[in-house]
Design a protein around this ligand. Structure first.
Ligand SMILES: Cc1ncc(CN)c(N)n1
Length: 223
């Protein structure tokens, strides 16, 4: 399963940056349980703020869409981030004594600001396809990580996290985003999008967002 046709092409174009993201030391620490709890909570608080900005970016995609179908997909993805995914963050943080008020008052780290504002800028400066190219490493990268870690079945205190991203609901979201991406790119760049002059720009957006994902994990290791 590779979440459609376009995603594997962009992933290949990102070269070693993709593995630096999905196989980062932070991810390995989640998988084998060696990640210190303080680092995980620090990451989770930043990720809460991240997802709020990402919901804004998916909402921006609603305004950039060209069809009702695209609008529906993007609105549903923003909703899934705000309700389903953030429920994981709220739950784990509440158990650690970090309540909703503390989450909202947390200060964004520079790596977080860099990534989220890059994506929002891609959306403001570019069209729907450009915004999607900056958005999909987030959704589909975690889908890939969650699916892989779920099959490893190792003993780790971060099982809730792994099962959220490897679970059926998140994987279904990834399949839908992959289908949205395929349709959107074909609609704008044609059936052989690799030949379109805009293809390298889209690959570039995807690769930069991928590098910013790796930077986000790195930030997580430095509470
Ligand atoms: C930084 C980041 N990237 C991706 C995801 C998965 N939506 C996330 N929660 N946080």
């Amino acid at each position: 399963m590779s979440y459609g046709r376009i995603f594997p092409l962009w992933r290949a174009a990102a070269g070693p940056h993709w593995d630096a993201y999905v196989d980062h030391a932070f991810v390995r620490g989640i998988a084998d349980g060696s990640l210190p709890r303080a680092a995980f909570l620090h990451y989770l608080v930043q990720d809460y703020l991240f997802l709020v900005q990402f919901a804004r970016a998916w909402s921006l995609a609603v305004t950039k869409a060209e069809t009702m179908e695209e609008m529906r997909h993007c609105a549903a993805t923003a909703q899934a981030l705000l309700e389903d995914e953030l429920a994981l963050h709220r739950g784990i943080c509440a158990e650690a004594g970090i309540d909703a008020r503390m989450l909202d008052a947390a200060e964004e780290r520079p790596a977080n600001i860099a990534y989220t504002r890059y994506v929002l800028d891609a959306g403001h400066a570019g069209d729907f396809a450009e915004l999607l190219a900056a958005l999909v490493p987030c959704v589909l990268g975690y889908g890939e990580i969650g699916r892989r870690l779920c099959t490893e079945r190792r003993d780790t205190p971060y099982r809730d996290w792994i099962e959220t991203y490897g679970g059926a609901d998140y994987q279904a979201l990834c399949d839908k985003v992959g289908a949205l991406l395929d349709g959107a790119v074909t609609r704008r760049l044609g059936r052989v999008p690799q030949d379109a002059p805009r293809w390298p720009v889209l690959c570039g957006r995807f690769t930069t967002a991928t590098r910013l994902e790796a930077g986000f994990w790195q930030m997580g290791l430095e509470p």
